[in-house]
Design a protein around this ligand. Structure first.
Ligand code: KE4
Length: 430
C-alpha cells in the first residue's frame, strides 16, 4: 500500500506538533507504523492522501454514527454558517439541542453545553464537589474521562495505549483525591467508601467501558453501584461521552435502566463538530453559574454552528425508524462473521460487543476489567491491525479502544471486513 504522501506529511508535522499529532492515539505508536493522513470521508469510507480507501470503524472516535459527511448534516451546517458561526451570545439553536437531549435522556432536567468531553467531565467533577462539599472522587481503572488532571490516574484510551501509568504534571495533591476502583468489582467500591467515609463527592463511571477496549458493565454491579451511591449521598456520574446516543437514544442509562445524578456527553452530540455537555438533576445543575456559585464558562459553548450539527444528527436519529435495531443488526452480523473465523481456527480470542461498539481482544480470558483487558497480546493486535489496514479496513490503532459501526456501513462493507479479518487472523498464525 503506497503511503508516501502520508509519510511526507508526518515528517513535516513532527516539526510543528508534539509527536506530529493533535491527539496521541492517532500517532499509531502502539501499532508500529506511521499515521495515515485522511483527506476525505463519506458514509462508512475514508480516503487518505495517497488515495487509499478504507472501511472506517473509528468514525472520528464515535461521533459519526450516521456515517461521514451526511448530506443533511452538511447542508444544515452550510445553511447556519451563512448567518455566522459563533456570536458569544445566546441563540435559539442551543435551546433546540438542549430540548432534544432532554427528550432522549429523561434523567437530564438541566444541561450545560461545553466544547469537549474533557470539559464536560472536568465541569461535572467541580460541580459534584461544590454540591456535596466533599473532595474525593472514585473512578475505575481503565476508564478514560478525558485529560482533566484528576482523571489521569490509571486511565484508559491513549494513556493505556502508551503504557503511561499516570501523567507527569498531575500533582500529588490532586492525585490524592482520586480513588481507583476495579471495574465490575463492587467490593472494591465498598472498600473505598469505607476507607473514605463521608469524603467522596462522586463516582465517575463509563457505564460501558470503551477505553480499555469495549467492556460492558455487569447489570448487578451497576444496580449495587447506584444503591450505594444513593445510601452514601455520593453522586453517581455516568460518563456517556462515548455511549450517549450510541447504544440507544437514551444511551447506556436507558439500556441499564439506571438514572445517574449527572451525565456527561460528547462525540455524537456534536455531529462531528466540537461539543460536550453535562447535565442531570435540576437541584444539582442549578449550582452552576450564573444560577449558582460553581463557576464554568466557555467562549464557544453553545455556538450555533456546532449546535446545528449536533441537533441535525440527533433529529435524524429520532426520525429514522428502527435506527438502533438496524445498527444492532449490522453490528451483530459483523461480529458473528469475525467470530466464525476465530472459532473455525480453534482460536479463543475474546470479542466483546454491545450495540455498535465492539473490540476483538487477543486473549483467551474473558475481558471484564482493565486487568483482564491487559492480558491481550498487543503485538498480535498490532499485526492484525496492520493486515486489516493493508486489506482496506481502518480500525482504531490500539487494543484498548472500541470499534464503531455506523448506520452507513453496508452489507458489502461488512462482508469485506469479515473476509479481511479472516485473512488477517490466518496470517497471524504464520
Ligand atoms: P474529548 O475531550 O476527547 O472530547 O472527550 C474525552 C472523553 C471523555 N469520556 C470518554 C468516555 C471518552 O471516550 C473520551 C474520549 N475518547 C477518546 C477515544 N477513546 C478520544 C480519542 C482521542 O483521545 O483522540
Amino acid at each position: 500500500m503506497n503511503t508516501s504522501r502520508s509519510s511526507e506529511l508526518f515528517a513535516e508535522a513532527q516539526k510543528h506538533l508534539p509527536g506530529g499529532v493533535n491527539s496521541p492515539v492517532r500517532a499509531f505508536k502502539s501499532v508500529g507504523r506511521e499515521p495515515l493522513y485522511i483527506k476525505s470521508a463519506k458514509g462508512a469510507k475514508i480516503c487518505d492522501v495517497d488515495d487509499n480507501e478504507f472501511v472506517d470503524y473509528i468514525g472520528s472516535w464515535g461521533p459519526m454514527i450516521l456515517g461521514h459527511a451526511d448530506e443533511r448534516v452538511i447542508e444544515a451546517i452550510r445553511e447556519t454558517a451563512l448567518s455566522g458561526t459563533s456570536f458569544g451570545a445566546s441563540n435559539e439553536k442551543e435551546i433546540e439541542l438542549a430540548v432534544l437531549i432532554k427528550k432522549f435522556v429523561p434523567s437530564i432536567e438541566i444541561v450545560r453545553m461545553v466544547n469537549s468531553g474533557t470539559e464536560a467531565t472536568m465541569s461535572a467533577m467541580r460541580l459534584a464537589r461544590g454540591f456535596t462539599g466533599r473532595d474525593k472522587i472514585v473512578k475505575f481503572e481503565g476508564c478514560y474521562h478525558g485529560h482533566g488532571d484528576s482523571f489521569l490516574i490509571k486511565a484508559g484510551s491513549g494513556v493505556a495505549t502508551l503504557g503511561l501509568p499516570d501523567s507527569p504534571g498531575v500533582t500529588t495533591s490532586t492525585a490524592k483525591d482520586t480513588l481507583n476502583a476495579r471495574y465490575n468489582d463492587i467490593e472494591s467500591v465498598y472498600r473505598l467508601i469505607e476507607q473514605n467515609k463521608g469524603e467522596i463527592a462522586a463516582v465517575f463511571i463509563e457505564p460501558v467501558g470503551g477505553n480499555m477496549g469495549c467492556v460492558p458493565s455487569d447489570e448487578e454491579f451497576m444496580r449495587r453501584l447506584r444503591e450505594v451511591c444513593t445510601s452514601e449521598n455520593i453522586l453517581l456520574i455516568f460518563d456517556e461521552v462515548m455511549t450517549g446516543f450510541r447504544l440507544a437514544k437514551g444511551g447506556a442509562q436507558e439500556l441499564y435502566g439506571i438514572a445517574p445524578d449527572l451525565t456527561t456527553f460528547g462525540k455524537i452530540i456534536g455531529g462531528g463538530l466540537p461539543v460536550g455537555a453535562y447535565g442531570g438533576r435540576a437541584e444539582i445543575m442549578r449550582m452552576i453559574a450564573p444560577s449558582g456559585a460553581v463557576y464554568q464558562a466557555g467562549t464557544l459553548s453553545g455556538n450555533p454552528l456546532a449546535m446545528t450539527a449536533g441537533y441535525e444528527t440527533l433529529k435524524i436519529i429520532d426520525e429514522t425508524p428502527d435506527f438502533y435495531e438496524t445498527l444492532e443488526e449490522k453490528s451483530r452480523y459483523l461480529t458473528d462473521g469475525i467470530l466464525d473465523a476465530v472459532n473455525e481456527l480453534n482460536l479463543n480470542y475474546t470479542l466483546n460487543r454491545i450495540g455498535s461498539m465492539f473490540t476483538l481482544f487477543f486473549t483467551d480470558q474473558q475481558v471484564v476489567d482493565f486487568e483482564t483487558a491487559k492480558t491481550s497480546d498487543t503485538k498480535k493486535f498490532a499485526a492484525y491491525f496492520n493486515r486489516m489496514l493493508e486489506n482496506g479496513i481502518y480500525l482504531p490503532p490500539s487494543q484498548f479502544e472500541a470499534c464503531f459501526v455506523s448506520i452507513a456501513h453496508s452489507r458489502n462493507d461488512l462482508d469485506k471486513t469479515i473476509k479481511a479479518s479472516r485473512e488477517a487472523i490466518v496470517n497471524l498464525l504464520g
